[in-house]
Design a protein around this ligand. Structure first.
Ligand code: GLU
Length: 475
């Protein structure tokens, strides 16, 4: 058995350091369900002081696109899921796979199979009719003393992996517990096509070995591949890594999340005003828990994360919960962190903010569940407002017009700060004999376009004086 000698062409460390990977296929934009399969291996590598590797599994040439790779990388960068090595592209490693295949064949773990597609189909058909599990019957599998059929002319064979017969393939899955599959359930897998290109399960194993992966954390749609991959590991003289197969992420309708049923690309959430730390917090909880903690920072998550508290059942996406988590993070964010994010939202609306934006973020952040909503508030300070007719009618009553006019007058010359404005409001209330709420509601509607704002003396100083006066005069 020589194949093992040729491995480790990437010189991964020989010390027992954690090495995890995210291995997406770039066959469509990456959604939240996919990126969770990046979050956990990233977190595990970070929390154990190991390495996290990005590998692009782009061997499906018809469906893989550079645009999908770009979204993967952009989404990971946005969420701060930094990788230490890669991206490695499987298509650039074909020579490597072929070389390992040659060794594996020389060691007797691989054999050519000349059965034509039509013959395979016909046999499968017969097995199905006989209610048997369709499987390759081993016609071309060499055995001591067995006479193989004559090699047909002009047929390029596939290469099949000589799966061990008898016994169990067992592993302790970090999510699912012990899994044992009988080798007799597994037929001899095609690991190279007639044109010599290696197939998926083989490439994954060569990569996981070459990249020194110690923990494979991936979606449980791959759990059926695992016994086959473990057998290939052993044929290559290697022990398999630790596996953790994560349950599916369901959408709000309880279907498997996919772009075909409405999942959004990860980067869309940035556009909609979600904070990366809130996304990490929300995604972390979608299949993992730490006591009853719902809101936590990235640092806490990395301190707490391990593979022992992964959920066993499918997690369901809930946009309302995501918004709530985002709101908690916005509230807890430093104003300086929010300013550029809100600025970016305002830019999209053609609005240029100024130094007042920091104070605006401070005042409004506890009532916003996205930075887009925060930008809606900020826009009130920089662009025109159009109060709702019904609110105008309700709050801007004739009885209060003289008070509004007096307020506009007095605001023209007072100190433009919280104290100065509070004093002027008090004077107007006393002079006109109106109650605070009678004055405050119409001022809110006229100046901010909404009756639901923070207190006037906190909010008004953030407006330009002329703007407040002009809006009051529209009463
Ligand atoms: N490329 C596979 C996928 O996108 C992942 C394979 C793996 O993690 O082993 O589903």
């Amino acid at each position: 058995m020589t194949a093992a000698l040729a491995l480790f062409d990437m010189n991964p460390p020989t010390t027992p350091r954690t090495r995890t990977r995210f291995a997406p296929s770039p066959t469509g934009f990456i959604h939240l369900g996919n990126i969770r399969s990046a979050l956990y291996p990233w977190a595990f590598a970070r929390s154990t002081g190991g390495d996290f590797i990005l590998r692009i599994e782009d061997t499906d040439l018809d469906r893989s696109t550079q645009a999908a790779v770009d979204v993967i990388i952009e989404g990971m960068n946005w969420l701060g899921l930094s990788y230490d090595e890669g991206p490695f592209y499987q298509m650039q490693r074909m020579d490597r796979y072929k070389a390992v295949l040659v060794d594996l064949q020389a060691a007797g773990h691989v054999y050519p199979c000349y059965m034509s597609m039509s013959e395979l189909d016909a046999r499968r058909e017969r097995q199905m009719t006989a209610k048997e599990k369709p499987r390759y019957d081993g016609t071309w599998r060499p055995e001591d003393g067995k006479q193989l059929p004559p090699i047909p002319d002009g047929v390029q064979p596939v290469l099949r992996f000589r799966n061990p017969q008898g016994g169990l393939v067992k592993w302790i899955d970090k999510v699912k517990g012990e899994i044992a599959i009988s080798n007799d359930e597994l037929d001899d897998l095609v690991i190279a096509r007639p044109d010599g290109t290696p197939t998926y399960n083989f490439c994954v194993v060569v990569d996981d070995i070459d990249m020194g992966i110690t923990h494979v954390i991936r979606g449980d749609d791959h759990v059926n591949n695992t016994p086959r991959q473990i057998n290939i590991f052993r044929a290559l003289g290697q022990e398999p890594p630790v596996y953790a197969h994560l349950p599916t992420v369901l959408n709000e309708l309880g279907e498997k999340m996919s772009k075909r049923n409405g999942a959004k690309p990860v980067t869309q959430y940035r556009e909609e005003g979600y904070l990366p730390d809130a996304m990490v917090n929300y995604l972390a909880r979608l299949g993992w828990s730490h006591k009853d903690d719902e809101i936590f920072s990235r640092e806490q998550f990395l301190q707490w994360f391990n593979l022992d508290h992964l959920g066993k059942s499918a997690a369901q996406f809930d946009e309302a919960k995501l918004r709530w988590v985002n709101a908690q993070h916005i509230k807890a964010s430093a104003d300086d962190v929010l300013v550029p994010l809100v600025q970016a939202q305002l830019h999209k609306r053609g609005i240029e903010a100024d130094e007042r934006l920091k104070g605006i973020c401070a005042l409004f952040k506890d009532r916003c569940d996205t930075t887009a909503v925060l930008a809606d508030w900020a826009a009130v300070f920089y662009a025109d407002v159009s109060p709702v007719e019904a609110e105008l009618a309700q709050h801007v009553a004739d009885a209060v017009r003289p008070a509004l006019a007096l307020l506009a007058d007095k605001l023209a010359s007072c100190a433009w700060d919280k104290l100065g404005i509070a004093a002027v409001i008090k004077e107007v209330l006393a002079a006109q004999g109106v109650k605070m709420s009678q004055l405050a509601m119409p001022v809110r509607v006229l100046v901010a376009g909404s009756a639901h704002t923070p207190s006037l003396d906190a909010m008004l100083p953030l407006f330009k004086r002329e703007k407040v006066i002009a809006r009051l005069k529209q009463a």
